[in-house]
Design a protein around this ligand. Sequence first.
Ligand code: NAD
Ligand code: MG
Length: 343
Amino acid sequence: MSTIQRIIMSMKIYHDEDASFDVMKGKKVTILGYGSQGRAQALCFRDSGLDVIVGVRKDGKSWKQAKEDGGMKVMEMAEAVREGDVVMMLLPDEVQPDVYKDIVAPNIKSGAALEFAHGFAITYGLIVPPKDIDVIMMAPKSPGASERKAFEEGFGVPALFCVHQDASGKARDIAMALCKGLGATRAGIFEIDNFDIETKTDLFGEQAVECGGLSKLIEAGFKTLVDAGYPPEVAYFETCHECKLIIDLIVTRGMGGMWRACSNTAKYGGLTRRDLVVTQQGVENMKEILRMIESGEFKTEWRAEWANGLKKLHGMMDEEDKLLLEKTGAEVRSLFQFKDPKQ
Ligand code: NAD
Ligand code: MG
């Protein structure tokens, strides 16, 4: 059994009654960034009664949005950091190191807590906070829009939480209170031993499975059918549209529940043919993906790409946009009332 499996199987899960807002009395929570996570977390904290400051660039889109949302102070980032007792880095991972160096480090109070929703900057040493502040994580397992929706429905999404540095002796209580403010304790919060676990598993999941692996699987399946002369619209239904139905079954009922909801033909065909697609070589390659994450090779490559103006990324996205799958998908989706959650 791998180290990560052992850790997960012995993990503790905490709920509402385990977390308290007491530690937040008199504390101001500064949220830097008002995007997917920033806005959702700020609104949930506000509605949970926490004292929220939004730190954004003056007169930008986020500034206007936060003012319009109301019930929170809106300040320029440096001032917001100076005021905050908890400073939350809800900025894109690529920009965090520069914003930390230029704005957070010179202004953060001694004794404050610095919070992250993803461990990238800490795991790879791109941000090294001073010893006199707490460093904590609350990583919601959801995009911001669904997080806010779950909160508004009176529940919450699960989250991982972690203490990297405990200067105040209260770091863990603060992390748990933030989880409570987000409603995450209603679903359940999972404590992890270090930021690396979240950083590396999150990167692996998005590269090998849910973003990278799944998109390639759909694109290859669609192309196989279309190249063989089948109508693109039908290929789209079979290789893309129905994936959502299957994923929903897996997530709500488990693999067994998914298989049992399928026909015996689908069960037999799927179980006997799937190894032709995800081959032993593919599985070995997953280990290589994980190795590049663990060694820091991916981090170095991604930092270089960012420094180079994201040229390769934009080029690859342009190619994705040109796929027949995309044109077909847009046409088919226009027939449905799919609501885009604007994540
Ligand atoms: P985002 O891109 O949606 O929002 C970023 C915000 O930062 C925006 O308000 C943007 O205007 C602002 N910003 C961008 N560049 C800036 C700069 N140079 N200076 C100041 N402000 C700047 O980001 P997000 O997806 O909410 O991600 C925030 C953090 O949450 C990241 O660490 C991410 O890994 C983590 N996270 C995201 C998700 C998700 O589903 N989006 C889920 C879990 C954790
Ligand atoms: Mg993830």
